[in-house]
Design a protein. Structure first.
Length: 454
């Protein structure tokens, strides 16, 4: 009998070059756990509907457990002649059980089988990523608590803008990664729909029970249209889109910390364990982990583009092009998971250089906007207040001083009363809007995130 699952139609052997060209076992072998679990559920369902006996179904399920153990132990020999992980497992089952092993594929196709396996893998991967993201959020919350009394210059356009509490800064990243977790959870809902039972594209005439398989595998629903689900990879694109946004958030954070670790800024003390040196310059301490995190975002975004181009012109239903989806999905996941694994300990071990930050904190007119708002609160129209403070800043630049150093008479009728908002400490204390860097608001944010992440 042919080693191929489809060999009966063909009179001759497949060209070796075609076997090498069409194989996917080199990358889809990592689906073996999902393939075994889905196959066990399918076998038990076949037993329930009478296409197998109950004893046969359990015999197949037990043999699949043995095969899984052999793969984990490294005892399975993979061959391009068997194409993919599904065929390897089925061939191993037939070797163990003979004709009984040949009954497993009853009522299913590799088309719905691989879609099911990939959905199970994406579901498992989302759960793993959620844990990594939660740990990174906790690392930022810990940093917020440790540095809660520190005031930082906030930036727009990389120019000093307004003062912010360091805790507020760290919590900004907690918010970003929280949205990433929400997106993945939302993606998981759409991925958690069972393809198995669609067979090749039209379903099957055999009396299978898809609801039974759904319950066994923990899917939320059974796919309603066999044509759609046998070719659907929306869930894969949505998953990699979520990964791309995580990578972009990590890249932005990494860029910021690369800048902040320079001599010019000197805001951060990065841990030696997460930096490297130079082969020629003995004084260098390079933020290579951060730089690679920044660079790897392009790789993840590239995987998303690859998937978009892959599916853009495919007619219904399954096409072999879809074999190319897994390499992009796997690589995007591996890249992001690797970045997250080093990000959390790096955040935990990095310290702010408080003295350096404090020494220049009054530079850059961080209190200018609060001064403008102080004038507005006294009845000055916003645009007039904006222009007036702009003139004062220009006067400070001419005199080489800060706003708080100006004499009372330059402030006009407001006079000495506006001094209560001048200087970084007073400017910070003036904030009051919800979600702002006001100390009370930041404490509320910190308390809420601590509870959510407990």
């Amino acid at each position: 009998m042919s080693q191929k699952t489809w060999g009966g139609r063909f009179a001759g052997d497949t060209d070796r070059r075609v076997e090498a060209f069409t194989e996917s076992i080199s990358f889809d072998r990592r689906l073996y756990r999902q393939d075994i679990v889905a196959s066990q559920a399918h076998a038990r369902m076949l037993g329930e509907v009478g296409l197998l006996t109950a004893a046969e179904a359990e015999q197949i399920a037990a043999a699949l457990d043995e095969i899984g153990g052999e793969i984990e132990a490294g005892r399975m020999v993979f061959s391009v002649s068997l194409e993919d992980i599904h065929t390897h497992i089925e061939r191993a089952l037939i070797t163990k059980l003979g004709d009984l092993g040949r009954k497993l594929h009853t009522g299913r196709s590799r088309n719905d089988q691989v879609a099911t396996d990939l959905k199970l893998w994406v579901r498992d991967s989302i759960d793993e990523l959620d844990g990594l993201l939660a740990d990174l959020q906790r690392a930022f919350v810990e940093s917020a608590e440790r540095e809660r009394g520190v005031v930082l210059p906030g930036y727009t356009h990389l120019q000093r803008a307004q003062p912010v509490l360091a805790a507020h800064y760290f919590l900004a990243y907690v918010e970003k990664f929280g949205r990433d977790r929400d997106r993945l959870a939302d993606c998981r809902k759409r991925a958690n729909v069972l393809p198995l039972g669609a067979a090749a594209l039209a379903g099957t005439s055999l009396p299978i029970d898809r609801e039974s398989v759904r319950a066994k595998l923990g899917f939320d629903a059974v796919a309603a249209n066999s044509l759609d689900v046998s070719s659907d990879r929306d869930f894969a694109l949505e998953f990699v889109f979520g990964l791309s946004l995580i990578a972009v958030h990590l890249s932005g954070w990494a860029e910021e910390w690369v800048i902040w670790s320079t001599t010019e800024f000197n805001f951060l003390d990065l841990p030696d364990a997460f930096c490297t040196g130079s082969s020629i310059m003995p004084h260098k301490k390079n933020p290579d982990v951060l730089e690679l995190t920044r660079g790897k975002a392009g790789r993840v975004i590239g995987s998303l583009q690859q998937l978009f181009v892959l599916i853009k012109g495919l007619p219904l239903a399954y096409n072999r092009d879809l074999q190319e989806d897994k390499a992009a999905v796997f690589d995007a996941f591996d890249t992001v998971a690797g970045c997250l694994a080093v990000a959390a300990p790096l955040v935990r071990q990095t310290k702010l250089r408080r003295e350096v930050i404090a020494a220049r904190l009054e530079d850059g007119f961080l209190d200018a906007t609060t001064l403008m708002e102080g004038l507005i609160a006294r009845g000055v129209p916003m645009r007039s207040a904006h222009e007036a403070v702009g003139n004062l800043v220009r006067e400070c630049e001419t005199r080489g001083c800060r706003l708080a150093d100006l004499p009372d008479d330059v402030f006009g009728d407001a006079g000495a009363s506006v001094r209560e908002v001048l200087g970084v400490a007073n400017a910070l204390a003036a904030f009051r809007s919800a979600g702002s860097t006001a100390p009370a608001a930041v404490e509320a944010q910190l308390r809420a995130w601590r509870e959510r992440l407990a």
